[in-house]
Design a binder for this molecule. Sequence first.
Ligand SMILES: CC(C)(COP(=O)(O)OP(=O)(O)OC[C@H]1O[C@@H](n2cnc3c(N)ncnc32)[C@H](O)[C@@H]1OP(=O)(O)O)[C@@H](O)C(=O)NCCC(=O)NCCS
Length: 160
Amino acid sequence: MIGWLSGLWGGGAVAIEPASLRDAPKLAQLHGASFHRGWGEGEFEQMLAERNTLVHRLRQGRKTIGFAVSRMAADEAEILSIAVDSKHRGRGLSRNLLLTHLGHLAGRGVRAVFLEVEENNQPARRLYDRTGFTVTGRRERYYRQDGEQLNALIMRRDLS
Ligand SMILES: CC(C)(COP(=O)(O)OP(=O)(O)OC[C@H]1O[C@@H](n2cnc3c(N)ncnc32)[C@H](O)[C@@H]1OP(=O)(O)O)[C@@H](O)C(=O)NCCC(=O)NCCS
């Protein structure tokens, strides 16, 4: 199933659709540009091949400009990663991507979704606040980045 966003931007309509194995190189590139510890092409290939992993790509015209990945276990899921190409941030695209992704998780019988977010990651915090996630826990000094120790928040959203 493909979710089309109603707005048209320079570069064509934006679509949210399931990713396939062929997307692995581009997803690895986007991930590497967005996170301190990037996932390789092989890691994406593995996730795309697994039945319990759900991967959506955000596409504008012929370009993939974002993705969302989650892993399901029974009636729960964890958002493992979400990112939008830096050139396309600030347009509200991640909200549509995440809401579409959550809709597909609900369709697979998932009732509760969890994620971890670095406490100072304001765009991500706002994204999750606005899509109905609430903080359920905090892990002190959970991430280490450039010698800095950063806290993680655990967030949850029920889908039922
Ligand atoms: C998090 C991310 C996916 C958001 O994507 P996006 O398409 O730019 O998101 P949106 O345009 O919907 O913006 C999300 C919110 O962050 C806000 N925001 C954007 N940049 C911001 C900044 N530098 N500081 C504070 N808030 C910011 C936006 O105003 C928006 O809030 P609003 O809905 O209240 O206006 C994107 O920033 C990204 O890929 N970041 C790198 C990867 C990452 O950190 N992923 C999350 C890991 S948990």
